[in-house]
Design a protein around this ligand. Sequence first.
Ligand SMILES: [Zn+2]
Length: 92
Amino acid sequence: MKNLFYIILFIVPLIFYSCSKEEPMTPEDSQIVYVCTSYSATTYHTDRNCPRLKKCSADIFEVTRRKARENGRIICSDCRKRDENKAPDTVK
Ligand SMILES: [Zn+2]
């Protein structure tokens, strides 16, 4: 139980620090996306079950959308279409 206390004591300031240091994240930025760690992969996926992601022969990492973009990843065209279909703005 004492260990847990130390973990909290250590992690909470860390979270506060990283939040205050960086510019505010939009909900989109903090969305979890999936990236294939293969060298040839240049995209990220919003759907864990994306057929393109299933072709990945390397490890699949969960990162925030912001992190994926920072690493030069662009959204997979399949996932983008899927997201656009889901977005209420396009329903009009
Ligand atoms: Zn995809």
